[in-house]
Design a protein around this ligand. Structure first.
Ligand SMILES: CC(C)(COP(=O)(O)OP(=O)(O)OC[C@H]1O[C@@H](n2cnc3c(N)ncnc32)[C@H](O)[C@@H]1OP(=O)(O)O)[C@@H](O)C(=O)NCCC(=O)NCCS
Length: 181
């Protein structure tokens, strides 16, 4: 795979870009402090902007690495990030990546994550040369499955995974580059 790292991507309504340290306040306010957003995620709800600053400082330290992909989803209309999308697993041996995402409840239901994920998948397939892109969601979180369906992933089965609440049943989705050709 081509280790291109987190390149800026623009879509109709969004700018996908690397996070900056200054995004901590918007991250905390818009999504990381909301227990409804983090309910099915691997990380716990942030208790203060210090938690958001800490994770951003960790991500910023990785931006020089070509296999690190973590985009801020900036809504052009308001000029600040409303969520994040990134690669949570990069398996070079089979050119496979797994993606994960989350965003502010105030903007749910407007097709923003399908727009972001479509752009990220195009980038990962066409520029990074990934052969397979996967994602998975807690069985109790079907709205995330809707995003996967809308971008053309197909359900491949069930599994067990760990989130911040412990071991959970998940539904797995995948898309293959060869199916697009
Ligand atoms: C899952 C998530 C990313 C969806 O993003 P989105 O931009 O709202 O996606 P869509 O607009 O395509 O909506 C997807 C589904 O969410 C549900 N939904 C829409 N608006 C909603 C709202 N206001 N409240 C609750 N659910 C809503 C609907 O089931 C919708 O599917 P439909 O279009 O077939 O009706 C977003 O809900 C989120 O960030 N959730 C919390 C974090 C999370 O679960 N991340 C994924 C972990 S696997």
């Amino acid at each position: 795979m081509n280790k291109l790292g987190t390149k800026r991507i623009e879509t109709e309504r969004l700018i996908l870009r690397p996070f900056e340290a200054e995004d901590a306040e918007a991250m905390y306010r818009n999504w990381a402090s909301d227990p409804e957003v983090t309910k099915y995620l691997t990380w716990e709800t942030h208790k203060s902007t210090e938690d958001s600053k800490a994770i951003l400082s960790d991500w910023l330290a990785h931006y020089g690495e070509g296999d690190f992909f973590q985009w801020a989803i900036e809504l052009k209309e308001i000029g600040e990030p409303v969520g994040s999308i990134g690669v949570v697993n990069f398996d070079e041996s089979i050119s496979a990546v797994e993606v994960g995402y989350c965003m502010s409840r105030a903007y749910w239901g407007q097709g923003i994550m399908p727009e972001a994920l479509t752009a990220v998948m195009n980038f990962l397939f066409e520029e990074v040369s990934a052969e397979r892109i996967t994602a998975k969601h807690d069985v109790r979180n079907p709205k995330s499955g809707r995003v996967m369906q809308k971008v053309g992933m197909r359900e491949v089965g069930r599994d067990i995974a760990v989130n911040h609440r412990g071991s959970v049943e998940v539904i797995c989705y995948a898309a293959l580059r060869r199916d697009r050709e």
